[in-house]
Design a protein around this ligand. Structure first.
Ligand code: TRP
Length: 335
């Protein structure tokens, strides 16, 4: 296929939330019609911190089902589970052996996560970005849509490909690996916490009230929005740095109601929070309803889901194995 290629993934840890959908998956859905799109559930990344095996198996399937429910069309893209394509682990090892340790020790996300793990930091957590580089480089990806927080990891993947593999084991005419470009997502890319308009909506926030998951039932959505942090001002607006909650909730409303920012800004300019919140709740419930019903269908018929994942794995393997062979050959492994 001549289309530019895209690769991305999300970890199967806990239910996906509005931030994952609006910030990541929604963009993949757009890209799949104009790009050769590969999306994976990165289950190998999920075990870089302590995990529960039963939960992992369930979350892996559930995350894949949500990709489809959000509009990833298995006929227009390849959806697969990272651990089922063995080339990810193998390329990760090969890249490990050319990646300087100090490149990993300075990764911001590693430092942040390591603090939370105390004495129990695994080698895998340190190695997380190299596995991510393997994910990306295996597919000769042209573009990698990621949020702002993953920019440093993408830079690392580029440096490994360019400086460590191509420079040492390839030639100018025949680079071993394609050097990918980031596609940093802008509008709506950062959905913020319901409790704090200045921090990102996150799966790891211990307070479940801080996020709306794609599987929350209507009553729970309404309750979480009702309790969301507000400020004492009447009327919602964009662009006021002192009102991050207004910015965030109005932005979510704009995306979910499919109305432009100007239109919602005018609609809500004089609206009190007591009127706005039920409106936002109703809009959110309505936007998630089709996703939830498609999800229930898929989880109720796992044969179909597994067929989709098998098909995705087969397509992924063709590309991944070819890249892995190039790297093995370049590094001098016996065929
Ligand atoms: N680290 C990414 C995140 O937390 C997930 C990820 C793993 C990923 N491998 C990837 C994203 C490859 C894009 C491409 O969001």
């Amino acid at each position: 296929m001549g289309l530019p290629r895209v690769l991305s993934g999300v970890q199967p840890t806990g239910a996906l939330h509005l931030g994952n959908w609006l910030g990541a998956i929604r963009n993949w859905v757009e890209l799949q019609s104009s790009h050769d799109t590969f999306v994976c559930v990165v289950d190998l990344h999920a075990i870089t911190v302590p995990h529960d095996p039963k939960q992992l198996a369930h979350d892996t399937l559930s995350t894949a089902a949500l990709y489809v429910a959000c509009g990833m069309d298995p006929e227009h893209c390849s959806i697969f589970v990272q651990s089922q394509v063995k080339a990810h682990s193998e390329l990760c090892w090969l890249l490990n052996c050319v990646t300087p340790l100090n490149w990993l020790e300075r990764m911001i996300q590693f430092k942040e996560k390591a603090v939370k793990q105390g004495d129990n930091v695994s080698v895998g957590l340190l190695d997380y970005p190299v596995l991510m580089a393997a994910d990306i480089l295996l597919y000769d990806a042209d573009l990698v849509p990621v949020g702002e927080d993953q920019k440093q990891h993408l830079e690392l993947a580029r440096d490994i490909a360019q400086q460590r593999i191509n420079a040492n084991f390839g030639s100018k005419e025949e680079p071993v690996l394609k050097v990918p470009k980031p596609l940093i997502l802008k509008e709506g890319a950062r959905v913020m916490s319901l409790n704090d308009g200045r921090s990102k909506m996150s799966k790891s926030d211990p307070n479940e009230g801080s996020r709306i998951t794609l599987l929350d039932p209507p009553e729970l959505i309404t309750k979480k929005i009702k309790r969301a942090k507000t400020d004492p001002q009447i009327g919602l607006e964009f662009g006021n740095p002192d009102r991050p909650e207004a910015e965030n909730l109005l932005s979510i409303y704009s995306i979910l109601s499919k109305q432009s920012r100007d239109v919602v800004a005018a609609e809500c300019a004089e609206m009190g929070w007591g009127t706005f919140k039920p409106l936002l709740a109703e809009t959110t419930v309505a936007a998630l309803e089709p996703i939830q019903s498609r999800y229930a269908e898929l989880m109720g018929d796992q044969a179909e889901l597994k067929r989709i994942l098998n098909q995705g794995r087969e397509r992924a393997e063709v590309v991944a194995e070819a890249t892995l062979k190039r790297v093995r050959d370049a590094l001098g492994f016996l065929a």
